[in-house]
Design a protein around this ligand. Structure first.
Ligand code: PLP
Length: 476
């Protein structure tokens, strides 16, 4: 048995001695992940080194504060791993400063927002009032400052155009703490229209312009976005949570690399970047001091075990093999998109040039919810997603979002992704919308043709068997 197999087998025995059902679910999760075609664009498979780094006693240590400046004693080893993670991030992305404490992408965005507010609003405000610390403000002045902090303008991409909830969506805190507004995409092409964004920015005059997306299948010109932000003195924040792997792997360079153009870049570490679940922030020197105040301004104690795993993952992403992987992720998305198109399926923006393919399933007479369920029954794991101006709203939706990072990690290439397109189209062609209990049209129920699920499972199993997940990992 190899080292990883024996380490995990023994770890599961230790867990089983306390709560066998957790050990059992953990074993089953591996089996399930091995047995399905994972096409969720935000998921991946981290390496055993990354996974193992998360399972250590670093989890037990409190380390609020910053490197070398903690509110707790005994943080010398946390300092080591946090500095390593930050150093690898700076080198990997060529950024002036990196902050690796955010626990997730949402935490990174919230931290970035408050850091920008601290830098742009609070700092000058305190200076004007002639005080260094907000605790020295009178109650009346503090009320005024709170009013100003909470009433700044934020402009981000709308959810149905591919933006994220944290980019000013009303039900999210970002849509409540800011006076928010959103830009969309061209109704005809589904593409970002930079002139329209520029016009909206001129009219709305945001303090923060957010670029980045969760479901937009195209690259963004961040040099143009910076020009647009500069036209009104806005801070450009880019959320690269989804495509950080393509930036790290140098698939996105020049104007498509957000780091040289944005004031602040936020990200997750677990999507295309293939690290542990977590977030991080890159910033220019100018914004670094306020981002560095993330804990305790917004965040609680950093997850030291996850920061250690970020250091390992960023070190992996600095290897040449990661560049090959990232290019393959983008190439595979092309293969998947072409596979759909040649079989007559309709894609938002008519294609892709990143890792996402957004299929409009209304052409199959289905909602996203029905399509997602029929695919899951057939061993294909995806998620439903709104399409621009979606008539079915954000719950049922009309789209399915596909992503290539996970199966690329398993070694899938052009032929396999073409076959995946074939299987998906076959399932959707053989799925009929169902009816409600009262006999009316349903947006959720569906009827999958006889034998389709079994046939698809078998075809998927054949492909997956050739590309084992965690090769050599055998649990006993
Ligand atoms: N930002 C973007 C663009 C995302 O797509 C996501 C996750 O889907 C997030 C932020 C939030 O990340 P997390 O789930 O780690 O909080």
């Amino acid at each position: 048995m190899n080292l990883v197999s024996s380490a995990y087998s023994q770890a599961l025995d230790v867990i089983a001695a306390v709560e066998p059902r957790v050990a059992e679910a953990t074993r089953k999760e591996l089996a399930d992940q091995r047995a399905s075609l994972k096409l969720i664009a935000s998921e991946n498979y981290a390496s055993p080194a990354v996974l193992m780094t998360m399972g250590t006693w670093f989890s037990d240590k409190y380390a609020e504060g910053t490197i070398g400046h903690r509110f707790y004693a005994g943080c010398q080893n946390v300092d080591t791993v946090e500095e390593l993670a930050a150093e690898h991030a700076r080198e990997l992305f060529g950024s002036e400063y990196a902050y690796v404490q955010p626990h997730s992408g949402i935490d990174a965005n919230l931290t970035a927002y408050w850091s920008i507010l601290a830098h742009r609003v609070e700092g000058p405000w305190l200076e004007n009032a002639g005080v260094k610390n907000m605790n020295d403000l009178s109650e009346a002045d503090w009320e005024k400052l709170r009013g100003e902090l909470g009433n700044q303008r934020l402009l981000g991409m709308s959810l149905d155009a591919g933006g994220h909830l944290t980019h000013g969506f009303r039900p999210n805190i970002s849509g409540k703490m800011f006076h928010q507004n959103q830009y969309g995409t061209d109704p005809e092409t589904g593409l970002l229209d930079y002139d329209a964004v520029a016009a909206k920015v001129k009219e709305f005059k945001p303090l923060i312009l957010v670029a980045g997306y969760s479901a937009y299948p195209r690259r963004v010109n961040f040099a143009k976005m910076r020009e647009i932000a500069d036209s009104v003195g806005a801070t450009l924040m880019v959320d690269m949570a989804h495509f950080a792997g393509l930036v790290a792997g140098k698939v996105f360079t020049g104007d498509e690399d957000p780091v040289p153009h944005a004031h602040v870049v936020t990200s997750t570490s677990h999507k295309s970047l293939r690290g542990p679940r977590g977030g991080f922030i890159l910033a220019t020197e100018e914004y670094a001091p306020s981002v560095d105040r993330g804990c305790p301004m917004v965040l609680g104690g950093p997850l030291s075990h996850v920061m250690a795993a970020k250091a390992v993952a960023f070190a992996e992403a600095r290897q040449d093999s990661f560049r090959t992987y990232a290019q393959q992720v983008a190439d595979n998305a092309q293969s998947l998109a072409e596979g759909f198109k040649k079989r007559g399926a309709r894609l938002v923006t008519d294609g892709t040039d990143n890792h996402i393919v957004l299929l409009d399933v209304s052409s199959f007479g289905l909602t996203g919810r029905q399509a997602e369920s029929a695919l899951l029954d057939s061993g294909i794991v995806t998620n439903r997603n709104s399409v621009p101006a979606d008539p079915n709203g954000a719950w049922y939706t009309s789209g399915i979002r596909f992503g290539t990072p996970a199966l690329t990690t398993r070694g899938f290439g052009h032929d396999e992704f073409d076959r995946v397109a074939d299987l998906v189209v076959d399932v959707l062609t053989n799925t009929e919308p169902g009816t409600t209990k009262a006999g009316g049209p349903s947006k959720a129920s569906y009827v999958l043709g006889d034998g389709v699920a079994d046939k698809t499972h078998a075809a998927a199993a054949e492909m997956l068997a050739k590309h084992e997940l965690y090769p050599g990992l055998d649990l006993v």
